[in-house]
Design a protein around this ligand. Structure first.
Ligand code: GDP
Ligand code: IMO
Ligand code: MG
Length: 435
């Protein structure tokens, strides 16, 4: 039996989708445990690109059971669109399950997200405006509507009415919006229920059956540690807990069901939306990395902010998630950049030095990053498949990351393609033996 959690170790978009797709080959079940369609997970397979917002990244393995756990917030319209889009591309969707306990994103959540951001003005968070925050807020306020409610007209209508009542003032600008009409909304969501019915399931039980039967379950995280509601750069965070601990709550298993935690990080760093980012590069080099790395949001199409890898934040993420392994992606993007830098500490303007991630947000906003410089490497590394194929300097960068973060690098990405990876150390031997 094995429960393996895969989480983002930075600010999102680290390449979790690709890593989940790879590890899913040997898994019996893949389950998303938090977030919603704010996520955008990309998989490039045989030159074909797939972008998933809600559907777990294991779905390309025909017939694999892929579940959307109770901790996810589901926009049913988006989910149905995703299912149909994949079906049209010939993907077998028979393995898809959706937790009956997952909460639904309603049209008013999307409006409230936009409205909230507009009200904040300059203080805006830069959300994806997909209604994620308001949906989780309703869940906590016990005004949420769950997937199972789609199957009962009376309950659905009553719950929508109760949920909308306290929001009337903020929803005033949308008073004439037909999407917010109680009758229309109830009818529309009932029709979503009909279309999703065959996928609705008790997904916690699926996890238990898989684990108890000796199978492997992959818990797929969305967003990332630095966007965690409790542990990230609050308030510039998402409204769920993307850390590994949340896999238990969001899928319905206990801590003893988790055997391994993998963190995914880029060999540099990116962030979408507002909030502190001590290693940000607001110069030509930042533009070059953005260009080379294709750093444009999968979900919103916004340019991602770019910077050097932050080992202070990564070490924090390793500890918070008790990461057993790191997958370092996009090493190829750094080719030709000399010297390379890794952030090893922060310095406050008044001189204090922080080797550990500071708990006080103000420090993070004002601190500057201090770096260790490493020699760069040249040339195309996209065809490297073994650690020994990599230039010495590229290996030096990986060693610096592992040392600084305090976790071994077990997988390296050298291009977007599914096969563009290097398994490292013991993992490589294990994979070669298995092949
Ligand atoms: P996720 O949200 O963590 O799943 O990541 P995204 O899919 O939003 O963003 C990662 C992007 O990097 C995608 O476009 C991937 O195809 C791409 N990618 C993943 N790994 C690598 C890699 O090793 N090298 C390069 N060049 N691109 C990669
Ligand atoms: P994946 O799973 C990167 C960011 C938004 C914003 C903040 C809050 O693809 O890594 P929200 O809409 O969640 O209320 O926005 O979080 N954000 C992400 N950034 N990758 C993501 O997902 C993200 N999901 C949310 O840009 O700053
Ligand atoms: Mg993404």
């Amino acid at each position: 039996m094995a429960g393996i959690v895969i989480v983002g170790a930075q600010w999102g978009d680290e390449g979790k989708g690709k890593v989940v797709d790879l590890l899913a080959e040997q898994a019996d079940l893949v389950i998303r445990f938090q977030g919603g369609n704010n996520a955008g997970h990309t998989i490039v397979r045989d030159g074909e690109t797939f972008k998933f917002h809600l559907i777990p990244s294991g779905i390309l393995h025909a017939g694999k059971i892929c579940a959307i756990g109770n901790g996810v917030v589901v926009d049913p319209e988006i989910l149905i669109g995703e299912i149909e889009g994949l079906r049209r591309r010939g993907i077998d969707m028979s393995g898809l399950r959706v937790s009956a306990n997952a909460h639904l994103i309603m049209p008013y959540h999307v409006k409230l997200d936009t409205e909230g951001e507009l009200r904040l003005g300059k203080l805006e968070i830069g959300t994806t405006r997909r209604g994620i925050g308001p949906c989780y807020a309703d869940k906590a306020a016990r005004l949420g509507i769950r997937v199972q409610d789609l199957l009962d007209e009376k309950i659905l209508r009553t719950k929508i009415m109760a949920a909308m009542e306290p929001k009337q003032q903020m929803l005033r600008p949308y008073v004439k919006d037909p999407d917010l009409d109680l009758h229309t909304m109830t009818e529309t969501y009932l029709s979503y229920g009909h279309r999703l019915e065959s996928h609705i399931a008790d997904t916690a039980k699926l996890c238990w059956e898989t684990l108890d039967g000796g199978g492997t379950t992959l818990f797929e995280g969305a967003q990332a540690t630095m966007l965690d509601l409790d542990h990230g750069t609050y308030p510039f965070v998402t409204s769920s807990n993307p850390v590994a601990g949340a896999a238990c709550v969001g899928a319905g298993v206990g801590p003893h069901d988790i055997d391994e935690v993998w963190g995914v990080a880029k060999a540099y760093a990116t962030r979408v939306g507002a909030g502190p980012f001590p290693t940000e590069l607001e110069d030509d080099l930042g533009d070059l990395i953005r260009e080379r790395g294709g750093e444009r949001g999968t979900t919103t199409g916004r340019d991602r902010r770019t910077g050097w890898i932050d080992l202070v934040a990564l070490r924090y993420a390793v500890r918070l998630n008790t990461m057993d392994a790191l997958a370092i992606t996009k090493l190829d993007v750094l080719s030709g950049i000399d010297p390379l830098r890794v952030c090893v500490r922060y310095r406050h303007p008044e001189g204090a030095v922080f080797d550990e991630f500071p708990y006080h947000q103000t420090i993070l906003h004002t601190a500057t990053a201090e770096y260790e410089e490493l020699p760069g490497f040249e040339g195309e590394i996209g065809d490297c498949r073994r650690e020994s194929d990599l230039p010495r300097e590229a290996r030096g960068m990986l060693e610096a990351i592992a040392d600084g973060a305090g976790a071994p690098v077990r997988l390296v990405g050298v291009g977007p393609g599914r096969d563009q990876v290097i398994w490292m150390g013991e993992e490589a031997e294990h994979r070669l033996r298995a092949a």
